[in-house]
Design a protein around this ligand. Structure first.
Ligand code: SAM
Length: 289
C-alpha cells in the first residue's frame, strides 16, 4: 500500500509498510523475523556501558533477600535471572513481556532457574494487585510502548508504598554519528527516532515518573557508544526502508556506510546516544494522580 506518513515530526515517506527493524519490539509476535530481534538484543546488550548501568539499576532498587520484584518487558530474561539471585532464597521475580516468543525464549534460556515466574503481560494493563511488588525494573521497553504514561502508572500502582521503580531508556533524539555527510546523518537519525513509538522517552522519564505520583526521583544520564557492527545491525534495515520509501538514494546510503567503514578501520568510528537511568520511590502515603 502506498501513502504518506505525515504525523507530527515524521519524515514524509512513500510506502506505508513499516520498517522491518528494531521498532518492531512493540509487537514482537507479529514481526516476520523474530530471530533478527533476538540477535539485535544479544548484540545491543554488549554495548559498553550497559554492565555499569545494570549494576547501578540493581543498587537503585535497594533489593534485599526475600523481596518480590517485577521485571517489566523482560526480553531474553538475563536481568530477571540476576534479580532472582539478589532476592534468593525466598524472594520472587515476576518477569513479564508482551511477547509470547520472548517469554518462551527467556524461560528456555533460564532453564531450571528457580524463583522466577515468566508471564505474558502488557505493561499497559498489569494483572497484579496494587502494591504487589517491593521494586519494579524496566529497561529499554518504554521506547516501544504507545502510552508510556499509562505503563508507568501501572508500574507505580503495583509497587508497594515505599517501594522502588527503576527505569533505563534511551533518548534517540540525542543519537549521534560522526559522519562528514551531515544532512544525510540528520535525515537518518531523525527518521530512526521518529519511527520508534517513543524516540524521546529518555528525556521524558523524570517528568513521567513524577506525573504518576512517584517521589525521590534521581536522574543518572550517560552516553553509550556502540561499535560499527552494532550500528549496521541497528540501521541496515531502517536504511533499506528509507531507500524503498524514496527518502535516500542507494548511492548516498552506500557512500555514508563506506566512510563510516573507513572510520571503523582507522579506529575512530564514533556513534552513540544518551540513555537515562531514572529511579523513584512510591510515597508511603500513596498520593498517586
Ligand atoms: C528492546 S527489548 C528490551 C528487553 C529487556 N528489557 C532488555 O533490556 O534486554 C523490549 C522488550 O519489551 C517488550 N515489550 C514491548 N511492549 C511491551 C508492553 N507493552 N508490555 C510488556 N512488554 C513489552 C518487547 O516484547 C521486548 O521484549
Amino acid at each position: 500500500m502506498l501513502g504518506l506518513r505525515t504525523g507530527p515530526g515524521r519524515v514524509v515517506m512513500g510506502p506505508m509498510r513499516r520498517p522491518q527493524d528494531t521498532t518492531q519490539f512493540d509487537a514482537v509476535d507479529l514481526a516476520p523475523d523474530v530471530a533478527y530481534l533476538v540477535r539485535f538484543l544479544e548484540t545491543a546488550k554488549q554495548v559498553p556501558g550497559f554492565r555499569q548501568a545494570k549494576d547501578e539499576m540493581l543498587a537503585a532498587m535497594r533489593l534485599r533477600p526475600g523481596m518480590c520484584v517485577l521485571e517489566g518487558g523482560c526480553g531474553l530474561g538475563a536481568d530477571a535471572v540476576e534479580l532472582a539471585a539478589r532476592v534468593a532464597p525466598v524472594g520472587r521475580v515476576v518477569a513479564v513481556d508482551l511477547s509470547r516468543a520472548m517469554i518462551e525464549e527467556a524461560r528456555r534460556r533460564a532453564g531450571e532457574e528457580v524463583g522466577i515466574t515468566w508471564q505474558v503481560a502488557d505493561l499497559l494493563d498489569l494483572p497484579f494487585a496494587d502494591g504487589a511488588f517491593d521494586a519494579c525494573r524496566v529497561e529499554t521497553v518504554l521506547q516501544h510502548v504507545h502510552d508510556p504514561a499509562r505503563a508507568l502508572a501501572e508500574v507505580a500502582r503495583v509497587t508497594r508504598p515505599g517501594g522502588r521503580v527503576v527505569c533505563l531508556e534511551f533518548d534517540l533524539g540525542t543519537a549521534m554519528v560522526d559522519s562528514p555527510r551531515r544532512a544525510t546523518t540528520r535525515t537518518i537519525l531523525t527518521s530512526l527516532a521518529d519511527a520508534f513509538a517513543q524516540g524521546w522517552v529518555g528525556r521524558q522519564l523524570p517528568r513521567l515518573l513524577a506525573e504518576v505520583g512517584l517521589v525521590e526521583i534521581s536522574i543518572s544520564p550517560r552516553v553509550m557508544l556502540g561499535g560499527y557492527p552494532f550500528w549496521r545491525l541497528l540501521l541496515d534495515r531502517h536504511l533499506a526502508w528509507l531507500q524503498e520509501s524514496g527518502v535516500l538514494g542507494r548511492d548516498e546510503i552506500e557512500g555514508w556506510w563506506a566512510e563510516l567503514a573507513e572510520a571503523h578501520a582507522s579506529g575512530v568510528f564514533t556513534a552513540g546516544a544518551s540513555a537515562f537511568l531514572v529511579a523513584a520511590t512510591r510515597p508511603a502515603s500513596a498520593a498517586r494522580r
